[in-house]
Design a protein around this ligand. Structure first.
Ligand code: GNR
Ligand code: NI
Length: 167
C-alpha cells in the first residue's frame, strides 16, 4: 500500500485530460488501492487519478461517515444529468477553499468496477456532486474554474500566501 502525493492547484498537470483504461488488471487494482488509501488518509470523500498525476479515467469515492462504502469508477461516463442544485465544494488539490458551485442535481453514471464489469448508478445529493466534481478532474478541470475569474485569482493569491506561511 502506498500514499500518493496530491497535486496542488494551480499545478498545470491538473489540466491534463485522462485517457480511458484499456484493460482492468492487477495494475489498475493497485492504483485503485493506493488512491483509496490516499483519499481516506487525506481525508477526502473522493479522488480522481488526475490528482495523483496518473492520467487515466479512474475515480474512488466514499461519502459514508463510517468510511466503509468505497465506490470505484473506471472509465466513468455521465449518461444523463438533470435538475440544478448549488452546493459548497472543496478539493484536496485546493486545500482550505470552500465555494458554492451550481451543478446538475441528479446524474446517471456508467462505469466499470474493479473486475472490469460495467454498472450504472443513479445518484443525487452529495454523491451526484462528487461524481461531477471527479469527472471534471478527469477532463482536466478543477472546481474553481466554475467560479468567476476574480474569485479564481483571489483563490490563487490565498493559496500562495497559505503555502508561504507553511514553508
Ligand atoms: O473531499 C472532498 N470533499 C468534497 C466536498 C464537496 C464537494 C466535492 C468534494 S470532493 C473532495 C475530494 C476531492 O478533491 N476530490 O477530487
Ligand atoms: Ni477535487
Amino acid at each position: 500500500m502506498a500514499l500518493l502525493p496530491i497535486l496542488q492547484y494551480p499545478d498545470p498537470r491538473l489540466h491534463k485530460v485522462a485517457r480511458a483504461v484499456t484493460q482492468v488488471n492487477d495494475e489498475t487494482r493497485r492504483l485503485v488501492r493506493d488512491m483509496a488509501e490516499t483519499m481516506y488518509a487525506a481525508p477526502g470523500i473522493g479522488l480522481a487519478a488526475t490528482q495523483v498525476d496518473v492520467h487515466l479515467r479512474v475515480i474512488v469515492m466514499d461519502i459514508s461517515e463510517t468510511h466503509d462504502d468505497l465506490k470505484v469508477f473506471i472509465n466513468p461516463e455521465l449518461q444523463a444529468q438533470s435538475g440544478e442544485e448549488e452546493g459548497e465544494e472543496g478539493c484536496l488539490s485546493v486545500p482550505g477553499i470552500y465555494e458554492k458551485v451550481r451543478r446538475a442535481a441528479r446524474v446517471t453514471v456508467r462505469a466499470l468496477n474493479q473486475q472490469g464489469e460495467p454498472f450504472t448508478l443513479q445518484a443525487d445529493g452529495l454523491l451526484a456532486v462528487c461524481i461531477q466534481h471527479e469527472t471534471d478532474h478527469l477532463q482536466g478541470h478543477v472546481f474553481v474554474e466554475h467560479l468567476s475569474h476574480l474569485k479564481q485569482s483571489r483563490i490563487r493569491a490565498k493559496l500562495k500566501k497559505q503555502r508561504r506561511e507553511t514553508l
